[in-house]
Design a protein around this ligand. Structure first.
Ligand code: NAD
Length: 421
C-alpha cells in the first residue's frame, strides 16, 4: 500500500507541485523536487523494512529448550508535526516511516502548505490504506499542534520545525513515562572556503544554497568563512552571481528566487539588513521589492553582506535570502567559527587540498556535510543518497531521514524467549 501511495504521488507530481507553488511559493523545479522526494522517502523506508525482513532477528540460545527472537514492534499512535518549507516531503517522510513500522498516524501540517498534507493523506487512502490509519488535523501550532503534543493517547512524535518549538516539545512530551520524540530543528549552516578552493564552484554553490527557496530551507547556507587572501575575489564572484538571479512568480518557468513566506519574514529580512548596515557592509540586495507586480507580494532582493564577528547575524536563523561572509586567517579558524553555534545541521567546504578536506571532515560538527559541491554548498540532500539529520540543537535523533537507521526509530524492541519453542 505504501509503495502504491508513493507511485500515486509521483503520478500526481505536476498537480501537487502546482499546489505547492501556489501555497508556499516554491519554484517549479524545487516544488517538483519536494514531491518526488516525498515518494522516494516512502519507497526507501519500504525497502528498509523489506531488506531487513521486518527487523525480526533469531538470537542465540542459552539452552536447547528455549528460543529467543528479537522483534521490533510499533509504538501505537504516532503524531507528525510538519513545517511549511517542505510541505510534502517533511510530512511524507515521517508519516511513511511511522506507517511502514506499523503505527497509526495523526499528521498536523503547517497551516502554510496544509493542502499538501491533505493530498498526502488522499494518496495513502487511494492506495488502500485503511480509514483511520492516517488522520490529518489542520490548525495552528499553538492550538492543534500543542493539543497533539499534550494528548495522552499519542505514543511517539516527529516534529520538524523551529528550534524554539522543537525544544519545547522535547521537554513537554514525556508524561507518565518517557516517549520517543524525534525533533528535527533549525540550522545556521556554514561554508568554509580555503585559499586552495575553486572559487567559481564555491560562489555558485553558496549562491544556490543561500537563495534556493529564498533561504527558507533548514539547510540554507547563511554563514561563509573565507580565507583572507581570497575573500575579496570570492565576494565579487558571489555578488555577480547573485545579481543574475531571476526573481518572480514561482509558477513562471524562469523564476529562481521566490517571495518569502509572510510579512513576518519580510520584517526579519529588514531587521537583518539594518544590522548588516550598522555592523558591516551590504554588498548587494538589501531592499524589499516594491515595484510592479512583485510589489504586491513578499519579494525581497537576494542579499550578500559582510558583518562583524560580534553581530547576531552569525547566530540567529533568519530564513530569508541573506548570506553573511567573513574573512578568516586559516581553515582552522574557519572551522572553529563554523562550529561556534548551537546548531549542527549541514555544512560545506571548498578546497582542492585533500589534507584540508580530511581536517574539515574530522572537525566539523554537522550531520550533513558536503565538499566542493557546486550544485549546492549546504543544500540538496536526497533520500537514500544523503541521509539528512542534525547534530546539537538541529536534531534530537542522531539518526537521519532517508538513511539506513531511520525507520527503527518508529519501533520498540521486544526480546521474546519461549521455553520449549
Ligand atoms: P515552526 O516551528 O513555526 O512550525 C513547525 C510546525 O510546528 C507547524 O506545523 C506549526 O504549526 C507547529 N507548531 C508551532 N507551534 C507549535 C506548538 N507550540 N506546539 C506544537 N506545534 C507547534 O516552523 P516553520 O516556520 O513551519 O518551519 C521553519 C523551521 O523549520 C526552520 O527553523 C527550519 O530550519 C526548520 N526545519 C528543519 C528541518 C530539519 O530537517 N531539521 C527541515 C525543515 C525545516
Amino acid at each position: 500500500m505504501l509503495s502504491g501511495a508513493a507511485d500515486l504521488i509521483s503520478e500526481r507530481r505536476n498537480v501537487l507541485a502546482a499546489l505547492m507553488g501556489i501555497g508556499v511559493g516554491k519554484n517549479r523545479l524545487e516544488a517538483l523536487g519536494d514531491v518526488e522526494e516525498s515518494s522516494d522517502l516512502i519507497r526507501y523506508y519500504c525497502h528498509q523494512m523489506e531488506d531487513h525482513d521486518g527487523f525480526s532477528v533469531p538470537m542465540n540460545r542459552l539452552s536447547p529448550a528455549e528460543a529467543t527472537f528479537d522483534v521490533m514492534r510499533p509504538y501505537g499512535v504516532w503524531a507528525v508535526i510538519s513545517p511549511f518549507n517542505f510541505p510534502m516531503a517533511l510530512a511524507a517522510g515521517p508519516v511513511g516511516a511511522a506507517l511502514i513500522a506499523g503505527n497509526t498516524v495523526v499528521l498536523k501540517p503547517s497551516n502554510q502548505g496544509a493542502l499538501l498534507g491533505l493530498e498526502l493523506a488522499r494518496a495513502l487512502a487511494d492506495a488502500g490504506l485503511p480509514a483511520g490509519a492516517c488522520h490529518v488535523v489542520t490548525g495552528s501550532g499553538p492550538e492543534a499542534g500543542a493539543a497533539l503534543v499534550a494528548h495522552p493517547g499519542v505514543d511517539g512524535i516527529t516534529f520538524t520545525g523551529s528550534y524554539e518549538v522543537g525544544m519545547g516539545i522535547q521537554r513537554r512530551f514525556a508524561t507518565r513515562w518517557p516517549k520517543p520524540a524525534i525533533c528535527e530543528m533549525g540550522g545556521k549552516n556554514p561554508v568554509v572556503i580555503s585559499r586552495h578552493a575553486d572559487l567559481d564552484a564555491a560562489a555558485e554553490g553558496v549562491m544556490r544554497s543561500a537563495f534556493g527557496f529564498g533561504g527558507q530551507k533548514c539547510s540554507a547556507a547563511s554563514r561563509v568563512y573565507v580565507e583572507r587572501p581570497v575573500v575579496d575575489d570570492f565576494v565579487d564572484l558571489l555578488v555577480s552571481r547573485t545579481e543574475e538571479i531571476a526573481i518572480g512568480d514561482p509558477l513562471d518557468r524562469g523564476t529562481y528566487l521566490v517571495p518569502v513566506i509572510d510579512r513576518a519574514a519580510v520584517t526579519r529580512y529588514q531587521e537583518a539588513v539594518a544590522e548588516a548596515a550598522v555592523s558591516g557592509v551590504v554588498h548587494t540586495g538589501g531592499r524589499v521589492i516594491t515595484d510592479g507586480d512583485l510589489g504586491r507580494g513578499n519579494f525581497v532582493a537576494p542579499t550578500v553582506v559582510t558583518a562583524d564577528p560580534s553581530s547576531w547575524l552569525w547566530r540567529r536563523e533568519l530564513f530569508v535570502p541573506l548570506v553573511a561572509v567573513a574573512p578568516v586567517d586559516s581553515i582552522h579558524q574557519g572551522i572553529d567559527r563554523a562550529n561556534d553555534t548551537e546548531y549542527g545541521l549541514t555544512a560545506g567546504f571548498f578546497s582542492e587540498d585533500p589534507a584540508e578536506v580530511d581536517r574539515f571532515l574530522e572537525r566539523i560538527e554537522a550531520g550533513v556535510v558536503y565538499v566542493n559541491r557546486r550544485i549546492g554548498a549546504t543544500t540538496g540532500a536526497w533520500p537514500a543518497v544523503q541521509p539528512f539529520g542534525g547534530w546539537k540543537g538541529s536534531g534530537t535523533a542522531g539518526k537521519a531521514g532517508g538513511g539506513p537507521y531511520y525507520v527503527t526509530q518508529y519501533l520498540g524492541e521486544q526480546s521474546r524467549t519461549i521455553v520449549g519453542g
